[in-house]
Design a protein around this ligand. Structure first.
Ligand code: MN
Length: 495
């Protein structure tokens, strides 16, 4: 089943003009020529790999420039066609994306020494800050490598799968690309924990012998009741939970599959919020709801901003099915919103959290939420214009937003122009209160120093100091630091 360039065109989620098609075709022809004679471990022609990467990118809704870069992503490294040649043919934007992907590819994200690992992770984040599309291409690259992992040695399978599970899948998750995250996790699961993978797969097959058919039945039945009641439905489709996610839930429920109620879900997309509630009523009239399983995430959105109505019902033949009802806007935010599922899954993923946000306390979570909200606001401003949304992903995504590092390599998220005092308070109030000085990349800086993206910040503290200085309020950037300082200053001086 070799891929052709035509399949890339049909995979696009965004409209592609004829001049854009020509550009993609050019990139394909150059990549094919450059990789001619090279083979993948699978025995396929090498060009199949960049084609598969381009297809993934088109499928998740990326723009032409990203897809072109995906086609060319291995060219400078593995062929005689240089980065300069890429620049000459396709311009600076494509060249800088390809260059970024190549550089990221050199990072070994696991193994070696802890310091090297942290340094690499740091580069990954900086690449994200520079142009998020570099990371998205890298994710597509990794996903295809995972799909073709069977052709490698067991050792290599292990190493790549672990790195994917610990680094790439969480990044995909953080960027809200659920499709990539889900598939990556399932593939990792298969290679890293084959026994449990097979068991869960078997459980699903026996418990839901005719899942597809069940979904088909309920979708047909619902469509007809919706039609009768005259409610307008934009879309209705089934969703099957990924195996790895099922496994994590099963572990919490003594591997008892009958206790998991969202193995199979149906999503109903309607125009307006009012329609959501009306639809819920109709669903409940048709199928008996399970008590205590109705969740109104519209009135009370999840911490990551997720909105929907969820209900669990006894569907055809008494099968338990979750029904999710949402507007088109909510759906797009959940599927496409870069920051979707941010905090929620972050909390579950202890390993990732420990890795990056070892200092993660409520403080940091609050900050993350602020960032999510900021993103959402920005997304709303742009509206649903895909082209604009995607080109905006470029640098604006991280505009007014920087990453700084603790000496241990923990990443602290800050707004632009944040100071060491903001940094200190975002780690811990006590640290903020006791700050007497700061170093940026090893050099002493004033406390009102504007932290630069990627700087390692060391906070110097003393036990003698117990209160913040009033003057700090005049230069701190985060409202969090400001409110902590005010609060601390109000406390009784002698306790
Ligand atoms: Mn590659």
């Amino acid at each position: 089943m070799s891929l052709s360039i035509e399949e890339i065109f049909t995979s696009f989620k965004v409209p592609v003009s004829s001049s854009q098609k020509k550009l993609i075709r050019d990139a394909y022809e150059i990549a094919e020529g450059a990789h001619a004679g090279q083979m993948r471990k699978s025995g396929e022609a090498y060009i199949q790999h960049p084609l598969a990467v381009a297809k993934i990118l088109a499928e998740i809704g990326m723009d032409t420039v990203t897809v072109v870069s995906g086609l060319l992503h291995d060219v400078p490294e593995d062929t005689t066609f240089t980065l300069e040649d890429v620049r000459k043919h396709f311009g600076n934007e494509v060249a800088s994306l390809v260059d970024g992907v190549t550089k990221l590819g050199h990072l070994k994200l696991r193994g070696s020494k802890q310091e090297i690992f942290l340094e690499n992770l740091r580069k990954m984040f900086l690449a994200m800050a520079a142009d998020i599309r570099v990371v998205i291409i890298r994710l597509a690259d990794r996903l295809h490598n995972m799909r073709t992992l069977e052709f490698h040695t067991i050792d290599k399978q292990e190493r790549i799968a672990r790195e994917t599970l610990e680094i790439y899948a969480p990044i995909a998750n953080r960027l809200g690309i659920g499709e990539i995250k889900g598939e990556m996790e399932d593939l990792c699961f298969k290679y890293l924990d084959t026994k449990n993978y097979e068991q869960v797969k078997h459980l699903m097959e026996t418990h839901y012998t005719d899942r597809e058919k069940l979904l088909e039945t309920i979708v047909t039945e619902l469509k007809s009741v919706f039609k009768e009641s005259g409610i307008h439905i934009i879309d209705i489709h089934g969703r099957i939970k990924h195996l790895y996610r099922i496994f994590l839930k099963l572990k919490k429920h003594d591997m008892d599959i009958t206790r998991i109620h969202d193995l199979v879900a149906v999503r109903v997309i309607v125009p307006e919020i009012a329609d959501c509630y009306e639809t819920l009523g109709i669903v409940h009239k048709k199928y008996r709801p399970m008590i205590g399983r109705i969740k109104d995430y519209i009135s009370l959105p999840k911490p990551n901003g997720y909105k929907s109505l969820h209900t669990t019902i006894f569907g055809p033949d008494g099968h338990i099915i979750e029904v999710q009802i949402r507007t088109k806007k909510m759906h797009e935010e959940a599927e496409f919103g870069i920051a979707a599922h941010w905090i929620y899954t972050e909390k579950e993923k202890k390993s990732w959290k420990n890795l990056i946000f070892r200092n993660s306390k409520e403080v940091v979570v609050k900050q993350e939420l602020a960032w999510v909200n900021q993103l959402r606001e920005w997304q709303n401003e742009i509206g649903s214009d895909n082209e604009e949304f995607l080109s905006g992903l470029k640098i604006d995504f991280f505009k007014n937003h920087i990453f700084a590092f603790t000496p241990k390599g923990d990443i602290i998220d800050l707004p632009e122009e944040a100071t060491p005092i903001d940094f200190a308070y975002s780690i811990h109030t006590e640290i903020g209160n006791r700050t007497i000085g700061a170093k940026a990349d090893g050099k002493i800086v004033p406390l009102n120093h504007h932290i630069q993206n990627g700087q390692v910040i060391e906070i110097l503290t003393t036990k003698e100091r117990k209160k913040p200085s009033r003057s700090w309020i005049t230069f701190v950037k985060t409202s969090y630091a400001k409110s902590r300082i005010k609060k601390e200053l109000k406390k009784e001086p002698f306790q």
